[in-house]
Ligand binder design. Structure first.
Ligand code: GLU
Length: 284
């Protein structure tokens, strides 16, 4: 089967170096084997969206020569598919209505299952949660190795439809990765702790589990993850060949210096090896 990879940015700011790494890694993993690469704009969380950033992210990707092989999918257009999946999970008893508010969550962040046997008297339905299994989820991450997570201990039954009626990130990602027939998920290690939840959701929905590879997350010298919400350098301020060279070095695939953008891509496509991505977090 041919490979399909994807880059799935949330339009909450401009493309920065941290997200460029995920774009480059997912692109090379798909394209180095003649596969398909897709872009999905994860604008499901409308309240967090920064107007215009989706267009700027797409324009920045294009400046690097990264263009989605199929029309860009926008999660804001996918509400019906999410609702269908949620209904199926509710009907099958895998999910249930929860009446708890954020302030009722224990400090541990692990949901204690208050509403799992029906809404207690006095509570009205707010969000929808998915039941987690008693046994741990075990999976092989192509960069980080064998991962084992017991969802009962780390998160408990988790939200798949938020109190504001929007599909939660975990649900939307799983439904869309399956819809787009994604076979390889290459993304930052900050999402490693979402993976067990996503694999569990795939199981409940009868979907295949793709390959996962979580690359290290770039940190600034203040040790904070470079994110769109922190003051990260937008890649638009750097020449693309310089930023790509830096991204490749970060991913453990240093190219000979001084190449033009086109030659850099050619080199990277020829030399790409997932096994060379370092496990550790690199400080820039
Ligand atoms: N939209 C998520 C983000 O920008 C990435 C989701 C994913 O790659 O699974 O952090």
């Amino acid at each position: 089967m041919s490979r399909t990879g994807r880059f799935a940015p949330s339009p909450t700011g401009d493309l920065h170096f941290g997200s460029l790494i995920a774009a480059v890694a997912s692109f090379l993993q798909a394209k180095s084997k003649g596969g398909t690469w897709l872009v999905r704009i994860e604008d499901v969380d409308r309240p967090r969206e920064v107007p215009g950033s989706a267009q700027r992210i797409l324009a920045d990707l294009q400046r690097f020569g990264m263009v989605s092989d199929r029309p860009v999918l926008y999660q804001s257009q996918r509400t019906a598919a999410y609702e269908q999946a949620i209904t199926r999970l509710l009907d099958g008893g895998d999910a249930y209505w929860c009446g708890c508010s954020r302030s009722e969550m224990p400090a541990s962040g692990v949901y204690p299952g208050t509403c799992s046997r029906g809404l207690p008297a006095g509570k009205s339905p707010r969000s929808i949660r998915l039941r987690v299994p008693a046994q741990p989820i075990v999976f092989q991450d192509e960069v980080q190795g064998l991962i084992r997570e017991n969802l009962e201990e780390t998160v408990g039954d988790f939200v798949i439809r938020r109190a504001d009626g929007l599909a939660a990130y975990q649900l939307a990602v799983v439904v869309d990765d399956a819809f787009q027939q994604v076979t390889e998920i290459v993304r930052g290690a900050d999402l490693l702790d979402s993976t067990a939840r996503q694999i569990h959701l795939q199981g409940c929905l009868g979907l295949d589990t793709p390959l996962y590879a979580h690359h290290p997350v770039a940190t600034g010298n203040d040790q904070k993850k470079l994110s769109k919400r922190h003051a990260a350098d937008p890649v638009a301020t750097h020449p693309p060949e310089q930023a790509l060279e830096q991204a490749l070095r970060f991913l453990g695939q240093p190219a000979p210096e001084g190449m033009c953008l086109q030659n850099l891509w050619r080199w990277a496509l020829d030399h790409w090896q997932l096994s060379r991505i370092p496990r550790i977090t690199i400080t820039l």
